[in-house]
Design a protein around this ligand. Structure first.
Ligand SMILES: [Zn+2]
Length: 367
């Protein structure tokens, strides 16, 4: 049944990531499959906690590396690389050893199936044994959402066709994020999508039935969303451009800034209408964020929801499965709000993966 898994116990860890699924919207009637996993396993009360910038790409990198953005530079949907500036995070990749690397080095087998095709590069999953969409390119004719990502039904079908007997399986459903951006995270459309994505999640869990007794399921989301009530962009990008030595990029309701921020710069930033706060994340890297309801760059006139600010850091976090260690992990999880950086070390421990040194430091400093 499981000839290619490496661990003596045949342990299988499955991370199922529901993009932008709000922990606060779990409900026994609307999301019965998530509710069942929480009831039979353990759910972090109040959810886990994302990286400071509550966006997709940095948090997915964190899930599979456990590496701090202060080291990798992968702070948000943009990564700081000295000499290059802010670049799109999927182009930078995870910039640290991933669980896919470690499973491969240990002679094991891993799988990634993702609704957001850019996660293949972002999570370093080119190293996985089975990757969908192949090479991160959506197949011709595959169902895509309005934002160009693969719909949940395609992910379920790809999982159904895949061999899920592996040491590590990472599955990602994207549609909640798309609908929350378009209509708002608390809209009827979003609630309806929670129901639909929960059903897709239930089908993914059903695919794990063979081998359930050796399976740990980590059900996560990367961030929440917040409603956008005022489409006028907060003019901080322009204000930062007028301050020498600073370089900024929008992360929705957050803004990443590289450079030296002293009293003068801080005063100028906080004076911009619609800015709520600014804080240092790492040496020379800062984030600012909007007041509720505002965004730094609207992507469309009718943007209903956005994320990036500290208000969207709650992550769904459920540990379930039939593996004997699920109860122990659950006892640890009860009463805690685990960081996005917690999961990769846990998975490495469950799979008994030896440490793997970075083959070379990431090119360029990480600011
Ligand atoms: Zn996301």
């Amino acid at each position: 049944m499981n000839g290619r898994s490496r661990s003596a116990t045949g342990t299988r860890v499955v991370m199922i990531i529901l993009d932008a699924m709000p922990d606060r919207h779990l409900d026994p009637a609307r999301t019965p499959n998530l509710w069942r996993q929480a009831a039979t396993g353990t759910r972090a009360d109040g959810g886990g906690v994302s990286l400071p910038v509550s966006v997709t790409y940095a948090n997915h990198a964190a899930f599979v590396t456990g590496a701090d953005p202060a080291v990798t530079g992968v702070h948000g949907n943009h990564t700081w690389i000295d000499g290059e500036g802010w670049i799109l995070s999927p182009d930078a990749g995870p910039r640290a050893v991933t669980l896919f690397d470690r499973v491969a080095a240990a002679g094991g087998r891993s799988v990634l199936i993702a609704g957001d095709q850019h996660l293949v590069r972002q999570m370093g999953a080119q190293r996985a044994d089975h990757v969908w969409p192949p090479a991160g390119e959506p197949p011709e004719g595959a169902g895509r959402c309005a934002h160009g990502y693969l719909v949940d039904a395609e992910v379920v079908e790809a999982a159904r066709r895949a061999d899920l007997h592996a040491d590590l399986v990472v599955l990602h459903l994207n549609e909640v994020d798309t609908v929350a951006h378009d209509h708002g995270p608390d809209s009827q459309a979003a609630l309806d999508q929670h129901r639909a994505t929960d059903a897709a999640y239930g089908r993914l869990v059903d695919l794990l039935a063979d081998g359930w007794e050796r399976t740990v399921v980590l059900t996560l989301s990367d961030h929440d969303q917040e409603p956008v009530t005022d489409q006028r962009p907060v003019a901080l990008l322009d204000a930062v451009a007028s301050l020498p030595g600073l370089s900024a990029v929008s992360e929705g309701t957050a803004l990443l800034i590289h450079g030296a921020i002293g009293d003068r710069e801080r005063t100028a930033i906080l004076a911009v209408d619609g800015v709520e706060g600014v804080e240092e994340l790492a040496a020379g890297v800062w984030m600012a964020w909007t007041v509720p309801g505002r965004v730094f760059t609207p992507s469309r006139p009718s943007l209903g929801g956005q994320h990036g600010s500290p208000r969207c850091r709650a992550q769904l976090a459920i540990v379930s499965g039939g593996h004997p260690r699920v109860d122990d992990i659950g006892r640890w999880l009860a009463g805690r709000r685990p960081s996005a950086l917690y999961w990769a070390p846990l998975v490495a421990d469950l799979l008994e993966l030896p440490p793997l040194a970075d083959p070379a430091p990431p090119a360029g400093g990480a600011g």
